[in-house]
Design a protein around this ligand. Structure first.
Ligand SMILES: [Zn+2]
Length: 135
């Protein structure tokens, strides 16, 4: 899938903005995410940690839950930004959740602290997502 520069810019700035709200007192690894729907709407999320670590949720899943709870069902791009010098990568759990609402050509945009970004597809990260009842 292709994305025009204005939409890419909006996604990147949305992910960075969302990261400012990250709740990461345990890891200090602050992450923001922005997802774009098939109609071009953008929804934001940040990571939300918990003292019971297993309850912590990644920014990507928070952004997707935000989109879904607003009635959206199709996602065409996900951007993830950190305030870390290294480029972030979505975790396996988030990739599987993205795959529930996006096809394999959906874009995954990762953004590091210095503003460098990388654009790949969901298939690059998760070529064979789990699908119930499908081989
Ligand atoms: Zn994750």
């Amino acid at each position: 899938m292709r994305i025009d520069d204005a939409k890419l810019k909006a996604l990147i700035s949305g992910a960075k903005k969302a990261g400012l709200n990250a709740y990461a007192p345990y890891s200090s690894y602050e992450v923001g995410a922005a997802v774009m729907t098939d109609e071009g709407k953008i929804y934001l999320g940040c990571n939300v940690e918990n003292a019971s670590f297993g309850l912590s949720v990644c920014a990507e899943r928070v952004a997707i839950q935000n989109a879904i709870s607003n009635g959206e069902r199709r996602i065409t791009a996900v951007a993830v930004a950190t305030r870390d010098k290294d480029m972030p990568k979505p975790c396996g759990a988030c990739l599987q959740v993205i795959a529930e609402f996006a096809d394999e050509s959906a874009l995954i945009v990762t953004i590091s602290e210095n503003g460098a970004y990388d654009v790949r597809t969901l298939a690059d990260y998760l070529p064979r997502p789990f699908k119930l009842g499908v081989d």
